[in-house]
Ligand binder design. Structure first.
Ligand code: PNS
Length: 166
């Protein structure tokens, strides 16, 4: 039986913590679909198309079983659409747990057969977040090591062009 999982998120932008989770999940599942949420209520730094492209470039080394798609609406519907029986989420620290637990139970209520698998990010990624990466890049700080190289280049370009505000 082929096991497919989705790894949903905002990914604005993808960080090395996300990439670490994707790398670990790619070893566990036959197929991993990274789902980029297109949320009309949020004003992201990168458009959904840009986020998809940046992730595709960042995960190219992980092989063809890892694909990237955008989605709108409910995560459980996205899972059904791509034929996934699992959701993958990363945990960096205990502080992530409460929010994740709430999502697990809500998703389970909506789709009882869909299970969520948590993967702990490497210790070195525990402090990294998309929000901090955006902020550091905006003020000209070095984001190398925090985000994959294609994302670092895109953040730098945004900061230089003065479009790094979010
Ligand atoms: O990277 P994030 O912002 O922590 O990801 C959160 C995400 C996208 C996984 C979550 O907001 C989500 O699943 N949104 C889609 C709408 C939905 O299904 N909401 C109910 C889930 S509890």
């Amino acid at each position: 039986m082929s096991r497919t999982a989705i790894f949903p998120g905002s990914f604005d932008p993808m960080t090395n913590a996300h990439l670490d989770v994707a790398r670990r999940a790619a070893r566990l599942f036959d197929g991993l679909v990274i789902g980029v949420l297109d949320n009309p209520r949020k004003q992201p730094l990168f458009s959904v198309e840009e986020r998809v492209t940046l992730i595709e470039r960042s995960v190219a080394e992980l092989g063809t079983q890892v694909t990237v798609r955008s989605f709108a609406g409910l995560t459980v519907d996205f899972a059904r659409e791509v034929g996934a029986a699992f959701i993958v989420r990363g945990l960096r620290a205990f502080s992530d747990f409460e929010y994740e637990l709430q999502m697990v139970h809500m998703n389970r209520r909506l789709s009882p057969a869909l299970d969520t698998t948590f993967l702990m990010t490497g210790l070195e990624f525990g402090y990294i977040s998309s929000t901090l990466a955006r902020e550091i890049a905006r003020f000209g700080g070095d984001v190398g090591g925090m985000v994959p190289p294609p994302v670092a280049a895109a953040l730098l370009e945004r900061a230089r062009s003065g479009r790094g505000e979010v």
